[in-house]
Structures are given as structure tokens and as C-alpha cells.
Design a protein around this ligand. Structure first.
Ligand code: TYD
Ligand code: MG
Length: 450
């Protein structure tokens, strides 16, 4: 039978018989890749027929804690033996560094267990350089530069490692398929093969996968349902912080993040993130404010900066870093309307310090305050936190998980919280510092700049 081809969307794996410009499933443009339909039938795993549920022994997961607290927390107190973890992230963010450090720790915990690190991205020399720099000296750490799955499998067979890392899924391909590495069908095929092989041999495996800049994942997204756990490594490659976020976990919860700092000597754990971020504050200058967001189950204090400057050539531009540009535009509109400040001819820059990305609206009030502070040229006191979502009528709303944040503010000795009326009413009794509740955002003008 002649092999036919089909077109597969690289962001959601939707299939069309003909090439189309835009995916009808996920809306992505130019995401279709041509792939040859593979007519060979795959062998399926044999089952031994149904069993009464009481006779099936419950599997007790054995977890291996790496000792890197921020990593262990995110994967759920350590790697589950025999499981498959997918680590996604943008290029240059530190995926290889992170997993290599994990390997270094594993090598110390059980020196007799072998680790195989397969890199299709870098030469063996490059991998060795990096591992030296990270101080990894395990004897049973093996590195292989290979992109062909069948050859990798041969190595797994002969070496019999306990841990296997594939860096990355996009550079690996199977002879089984004719399509090029990185296509949806290759990425899926290789993952399926790894799953089968590693589950059968109880090998704990980690697959590294790239995601593109706009968060669209050519690969990892279509793998999420196949693997046991998915974590994403995020951050601004030019900034220092990295956030490891759990997206899926068959063996634990997903509401966790780990925070790291990229240094000359690899990744450093940031165990007390609130404090850490505070050390970076640029004191006594206007155009900045502090807010408290929640990442996973931990409160984080962030600094928002804004710069408002007259555009001498006409209408002003808005430039947002770490905050959605629509959200910034809306806050600027609120400022214009309710603070009686014409901003059409001003350029406005807003930035969240440290490469943090705001995913929610809880720092709206802080962003607005930073814009006004820049405009009025009056600094906001360092011991003041601004917290709340701002709506189109300028109203200030409460945020989720208020208690957790308030407790953390108390621990770090903040002196004042400006937030919604409801926050003040419900939580003032819990803390010693004043919670100033406001109804409308423009009230901060009076509170902070008069
Ligand atoms: P890398 O792990 O290669 O990223 P990824 O695998 O996600 O593409 O590391 C990314 C960057 O981190 C690299 O450009 C250099 C930097 N880096 C450090 O700053 N310190 C270090 O100790 C290491 C190993 C890398
Ligand atoms: Mg890499």
C-alpha cells in the first residue's frame, strides 16, 4: 500500500487531509506540517485479562528526593521511580542546567546507579564542560551524543541505567517514521517508545522539550497527556530568576512552583523568595511600587516599575514587560479617566522587576500606583504594599488567598497595606499594621501623593 501524507498542527496535533493556513482547533497560524501516514501497525502491550480490583496490589510509589528542595517540591517530594517527567521551557532558560544538576545529586545519593544523559543538542565535550562547571563528578554519569532513538535504545539495553535523560525530544527521531525530527509524529513516536521501554525496565526518565517564545509548544503540548508529570521552566533569559512550575502530576498536586536564580555556577535555590526579591529593591526612587502575588502556594513580593515620559512627536506609546499590554492599556485608560491626567501624549513603560510575568490582575493597583508615582515624581514608601484588581469603573477588588499574603507581609514587617474595602474589613483584626481599604483607585492619589 502506498504511503499517503496528512497535515498535523504542531501546536495541538489536530489533523487535516490538506494544508490549511490556520488551525480550526486551536486557532494557531502556519502551524501545519506535512507528515507521511505510517501504515505499519504498532505492537500493543498484552494484558492478562481483567482482575477483581481487590486482588490487584496497590503500587506504592517509590520517590527519590534529589535534595534540591525547590525541584523536589515541584515534582512532589522527588522523582517517582519508573516515571516519565517532561521538562518544557524556552531556549536558553536553563533546562539542561537544571536537569544536569538533578543528575549530579542523584549520582551522589546512589553512586552505584547509572545515569544516562543523551544530548542531541550539544556535543559530549560541551556536556562535559558544563558538568565540570556545575561540579558534577559522579562516576556513573554517562553522556551520549545521539539523535537516533533506535541507537539510544541499544545504549539503554547495554548500559542498563536507573535514570535516563533525553535532551531534547525535538532533536530525536525514530527510523520508524520518515518525518524529520521535531515534527509532531516524531515527537509522539519517540515519547511513546521511551514510555514503553522505560516503564518495562523501571527506568526513571526525563524528557526535555523546547517551547517557542509565545508559549506555543511545538512538541511538549502534544505530549502532556502521555507522560506522568509535566513541569515548565519559566523566566526571562536575560533576568536571573527562574520559576519551575508543575503543570501535570499523576502522583501529586500541581499547585507548586520552585524558584531559582541562575548564577555563574549554575542554579541556586531561592528558599525564601519574598525576602530575596526585596533585597533587589531600588529604594527612594519614584515610579515604583510593591505588590504581593502568589505563585503556586507561596506569596512573592514583586516590584513594579513605570516610566511616564512626554512624547514630543505625537501620540505616546505603551511598552509592557512582564505585564499583558492590554492590561497596561486598560490601567492607563483608568488613570486618564479617574485621575484627571491626560496621558495620550506620554510614552508609558511598565516593567515587573526580575523577569516575573504577571498572570493575574492582583497587582493592578500597584501598576497604577507606579505610573502615577512616575507622573507625579513622588516616591511611594518602601513599607507600603498595594494589592487589588482595578476594574473599568476604577473600583478596587479583593484578591484570592488574602490571608496567606497578609501573614507574609507581617513576617517581613511591612507597615501598611492599601487594598479593597473588603480586605480591610475582613482582615484588619489579623494583623498589627493598618490595612487601608479603598473603594476607588483614585483614592491612592490622596493617600500617597498629597
Ligand atoms: P541551558 O541549560 O543550556 O538552557 P536550555 O537547556 O534551557 O536551553 O542554559 C542557559 C543559559 O544559562 C546559558 O546561556 C548560560 C547560562 N548558564 C549560567 O549562567 N550559569 C551556568 O552555570 C550554566 C551552566 C549556564
Ligand atoms: Mg539545553
Amino acid at each position: 500500500m502506498k504511503n499517503k501524507s496528512q497535515f498535523v498542527c504542531s501546536s495541538c496535533a489536530h489533523v487535516e487531509p490538506k494544508w490549511v493556513g490556520r488551525c480550526s482547533q486551536c486557532g494557531e497560524w502556519n502551524s501545519f506540517q506535512e507528515e507521511v501516514i505510517d501504515r505499519k501497525k504498532r505492537p500493543t502491550r498484552d494484558s492478562n485479562g481483567p482482575k477483581p480490583i481487590g486482588e490487584i496490589s496497590q503500587s506504592a510509589y517509590e520517590r527519590v528526593a534529589t535534595g534540591i528542595g525547590e525541584f523536589d517540591r515541584v515534582v512532589g517530594s522527588g522523582l517517582v521511580r519508573g516515571s516519565l517527567l517532561l521538562v518544557g521551557g524556552g531556549p536558553g532558560i536553563g533546562k539542561s542546567t537544571l536537569i544536569m544538576e538533578v543528575c549530579g545529586k542523584l549520582g551522589h545519593i546512589a553512586p552505584s546507579e547509572k545515569i544516562l544523559y543523551v544530548s542531541g543538542e550539544e556535543s559530549e565535550g560541551q556536556v562535559a564542560d558544563r558538568s565540570k562547571r556545575l561540579g558534577i563528578d559522579s562516576e556513573n554519569f554517562f553522556v551520549l551524543n545521539e539523535t537516533n532513538w533506535e541507537k539510544i535504545r541499544e545504549t539503554l539495553k547495554s548500559l542498563r541505567p536507573s535514570y535516563f535523560v533525553l535532551d531534547s525530544i525535538q532533536t530525536t527521531s525514530s527510523d520508524h517514521l520518515q518525518s524529520t525530527p521535531g515534527t509532531v509524529s516524531q515527537v509522539r513516536e519517540v515519547t511513546y517508545e521511551i514510555l514503553n521501554y522505560c516503564k518495562a525496565h523501571s527506568i526513571t526518565s526525563v524528557i526535555i522539550g523546547h517551547i517557542t517564545k509565545d508559549g506555543q509548544i511545538a512538541g511538549p503540548k502534544v505530549l502532556e497527556h502521555m507522560v506522568d508529570a509535566v513541569v515548565y521552566f519559566e523566566g526571562d533569559p536575560l533576568g536571573h530568576y527562574r520559576i519551575l512550575r508543575s503543570i501535570k502530576n499523576r502522583f501529586g498536586n500541581t499547585n507548586e512552583v520552585g524558584i531559582f536564580e541562575m548564577t555563574e555556577l549554575g542554579l541556586r535555590e531561592v528558599a525564601d523568595p519574598s525576602k530575596y526579591f526585596l533585597d533587589l529593591l531600588s529604594k527612594d526612587s519614584y515610579g515604583r511600587s510593591i505588590s504581593c502575588i502568589v505563585e503556586g502556594s507561596r506569596p512573592l513580593f514583586i516590584e513594579t516599575q513605570a516610566l511616564v515620559i512626554e512624547n514630543k512627536n505625537g501620540f505616546g506609546r505603551r511598552t509592557a514587560q512582564g505585564i499583558d499590554s492590554g492590561q497596561l492599556a486598560m490601567l492607563v485608560a483608568v488613570a486618564e479617566k479617574y485621575f484627571d491626567t491626560p496621558l495620550s501624549f506620554s510614552d508609558i513603560y511598565a516593567n515587573i522587576v526580575g523577569g516575573i510575568r504577571l498572570k493575574t490582575r492582583e497587582a493592578d493597583l500597584a501598576v497604577l500606583a507606579a505610573i502615577l508615582s512616575s507622573l507625579r515624581k513622588i516616591p511611594i514608601p518602601d513599607d507600603t504594599i498595594l494589592l487589588g484588581e482595578v476594574g473599568l469603573t476604577g473600583e478596587v477588588r479583593s484578591v484570592p488567598m488574602p490571608q496567606m499574603r497578609i501573614k507574609e507581609m507581617e513576617r517581613l514587617q511591612y507597615k501598611r497595606l492599601i487594598s479593597s474595602k473588603r480586605m480591610a474589613k475582613e482582615f484588619q483584626d489579623l494583623v498589627d499594621f493598618p490595612i487601608v481599604g479603598i473603594e476607588k483607585a483614585h483614592e491612592i492619589d490622596e493617600l500617597l501623593f498629597r
